[in-house]
Design a protein around this ligand. Structure first.
Ligand code: ADP
Ligand code: MG
Length: 461
C-alpha cells in the first residue's frame, strides 16, 4: 500500500476501533500511528508504554475482530510496538498526509461548488476563454472581455458586444462569467437571454394579488448579483414596458457598481423603437463588434474542436471546410460535425475526399459565381445580361456592368484577370470599373443602396 492509502486504511480502522472499544480505551487509540500492513498483520506504533500494555492485554481480541471485519481476512493479526521517537515522526508524517487528503477533498468540494454555480448562473460549460480561438477578427473583443472578467465594473461598463449571428457573442460573454466564477467564487453571476427576461417580467408584472411580491422577487433576481450577462438584447424591440423595466434593472446594478454585459446582433440605434433612455445607457461604456473570422482563424477553430475530441484528421479536410464556411462559426462547426459524424458512422478517415463528399452540395450552394452576380445585377436593373457582357454604353447598362464587376471582385475570390476573361475585356478596364464603384459608393447613396440590395439578393449579407 502507498503511504497515503495506508493512512486512509488506518483512519478507517481507527474509526471502527473507537466505535467498538469503551471510552476509557480511546486515549490509547488516538495517538497510535500505523507503521505497516502485511499479509493481514497490522502493525502500529505508540509512544505510550502503558497504552501498548493495556491495549495488548485488554483489547487484543476486539482489535483483531475489527480488523477481520474490515479486511474480510480471517488471518488478521495485530501488533503494537512501543517507540517514542518513531511514534513522534510517524505522527508528523501522518498529520501531513491527513492535511493533503483534506486539501484534496476541499478542492473537490470547491470544483463541485463551481460547477453548481456555473449551472446556477445558466452558463454553458463549452463557452470558456480556453475554448475561444483568438484571431484578427476578434482579438480586440477578446482582450476587452478578458479585461472585464479580470476587473468587473472597473473599466468598460456596460460592455456591449454586437455582430452578426454565430460569431461568438454568447461564447465570449459567458467566458466572462466562467472566468469570474473560477477566480472569484464569491461573486454572483447571472446569464439571461433577453427572451427569458421578457417572459419573466411579463409573468411577474401580471395583475394579481401577488403582483407586488412577484415584482420584488423579480427585482431581487436581476439586481442582487455582481455581473449580469444579457444576451441578444435586440429581442426587446417594441416591448416598451420591458424596456422601462430593463432601464430600472440597469440603473440599479450600475449604481451599485455592478458589471453589465450585453450582446446584440446590431447596434442600439438599429433596434426598432429602443427607448432613448436605454440607447444612451448602452452607449455609456464600450461597444465592440465581432466580425467574421478569416480563413486561418476558422481553420484553428475546427482544428481545436478536432484536437479536443481526440480526432485523427487530414489537415486538408479542415482547410476545405474552413474555406467553404466563412460567414458564421456556428455553421462552420455544423459542417465540421457533419463530416465527423459521417466519418464515424461509415468508419472512414476524416480526409479531404470525405469532406468533399459530405459537404459537396453545400459548397456548390454557397458558391457565388461571376455569372450569377451578372445575372442578379441584370435583373435588378432590368437589363439583359447580354448587354452587361457586351459593349453597350447606355447609363443604366454601364452602371449595371460596373456594379456587377465590382461585386464579382468583392464577393468571389476571382482575380481581375478572371473577371476580365468572363467579360471579354482588358483587365485594366475591369480594375478601373472596380475602383470607380468602390469610390463612388462612399458618396453616392443610390449606388450604395443598389449594391446592398443586390448583395441581399445574392444572400451574402
Ligand atoms: P453568437 O452568440 O454570436 O450567435 P455563439 O457565441 O453562439 O454566436 O457562437 C456560435 C458557435 O461558434 C458556438 O458553438 C461557439 O462556441 C463557436 N465560436 C464562435 N466563435 C468562436 C471562436 N473564436 N473560437 C471557438 N469557437 C467559437
Ligand atoms: Mg448568441
Amino acid at each position: 500500500m502507498e503511504s497515503i492509502e495506508l493512512n486512509q486504511f488506518w483512519e478507517q480502522i481507527k474509526a471502527e476501533l473507537l466505535e467498538a472499544l469503551p471510552d476509557n480505551a480511546h486515549p490509547w487509540i488516538h495517538p497510535l500511528v500505523i507503521s505497516g500492513y502485511d499479509k493481514g498483520v497490522l502493525t502500529v506504533v505508540t509512544g505510550q508504554i502503558m497504552g501498548r500494555d493495556l491495549l495488548r492485554k485488554n483489547h487484543y481480541k476486539q482489535i483483531v475482530d475489527v480488523l477481520k471485519k474490515i479486511t474480510q481476512n480471517e488471518n488478521s493479526d495485530f501488533n503494537i510496538i512501543y517507540d517514542a521517537n518513531a511514534a513522534k515522526s510517524l505522527k508528523k508524517e501522518s498529520d501531513k498526509l491527513q492535511k493533503k487528503v483534506a486539501a484534496a477533498a476541499m478542492k473537490e468540494q470547491a470544483m463541485e461548488n463551481l460547477s453548481y454555480m456555473q449551472s446556477a448562473s445558466n452558463l454553458n460549460l463549452k463557452y470558456k476563454f480556453e475554448n475561444f480561438v483568438v484571431g484578427e477578427n476578434n482579438k480586440f473583443a477578446h482582450a476587452v472581455a478578458m479585461a472585464v472578467a479580470k476587473a468587473p465594473a472597473q473599466k468598460y461598463n456596460p460592455l456591449f458586444i454586437y455582430g452578426n449571428s454565430g460569431l461568438g457573442k454568447t461564447h465570449l460573454m459567458q467566458a466572462i462569467g466562467h472566468y469570474t466564477l473560477f477566480n472569484n467564487p464569491k461573486l454572483k453571476v447571472k446569464y439571461t437571454k433577453t427572451e427569458d427576461y421578457i417572459n419573466d417580467f411579463i409573468s411577474n408584472s401580471r395583475n394579481s394579488k401577488d403582483q407586488v411580491e412577484n415584482m420584488s422577487k423579480f427585482n431581487r433576481k436581476y439586481t442582487n448579483i455582481d455581473i449580469i450577462l444579457i444576451d441578444d438584447i435586440q429581442f426587446i424591440e417594441g416591448k416598451k414596458k420591458t424596456m422601462d423595466q430593463m432601464q430600472h434593472t440597469f440603473d440599479s446594478l450600475y449604481n451599485k457598481g455592478k458589471q453589465i454585459v450585453i450582446t446584440s446582433d446590431r447596434l442600439p440605434k438599429d433596434i426598432p423603437n429602443l427607448t432613448a433612455a436605454l440607447d444612451s445607457r448602452f452607449a455609456m461604456g464600450l461597444m465592440i463588434e465581432l466580425t467574421a473570422p478569416d480563413e486561418d482563424t476558422r481553420f484553428e477553430i475546427i482544428k481545436k474542436l478536432a484536437n479536443d475530441n481526440g480526432l485523427v484528421f487530414e489537415e486538408k479536410a479542415l482547410r476545405y471546410i474552413a474555406k467553404n464556411f466563412s460567414k458564421n462559426v456556428r455553421e462552420l462547426e455544423g459542417a465540421f460535425n457533419k463530416v465527423c459524424a459521417f466519418a464515424e458512422i461509415t468508419e472512414q478517415e476524416l480526409d479531404l475526399k470525405l469532406a468533399k463528399e459530405v459537404l459537396k452540395c453545400n459548397e456548390t450552394e454557397n458558391e457565388i459565381s461571376i455569372e450569377l452576380i451578372a445575372e442578379v445585377t441584370a435583373q435588378y436593373y432590368n437589363v439583359d445580361i447580354k448587354d452587361i457582357k457586351g459593349t453597350a454604353r447606355g447609363q443604366k447598362i454601364s452602371t449595371a456592368r460596373h456594379i456587377a464587376i465590382y461585386l464579382a471582385r468583392e464577393i468571389t475570390e476571382k482575380s481581375f484577370v478572371n473577371i476580365a476573361d468572363y467579360y471579354n475585356k482588358k483587365h485594366t478596364t475591369i480594375m478601373f470599373a472596380y475602383e470607380k464603384v468602390k469610390k463612388e459608393i462612399c458618396v453616392n447613396r443610390d449606388l450604395s443602396s443598389a449594391v446592398r440590395e443586390i448583395k441581399q439578393a445574392l444572400k451574402v449579407i
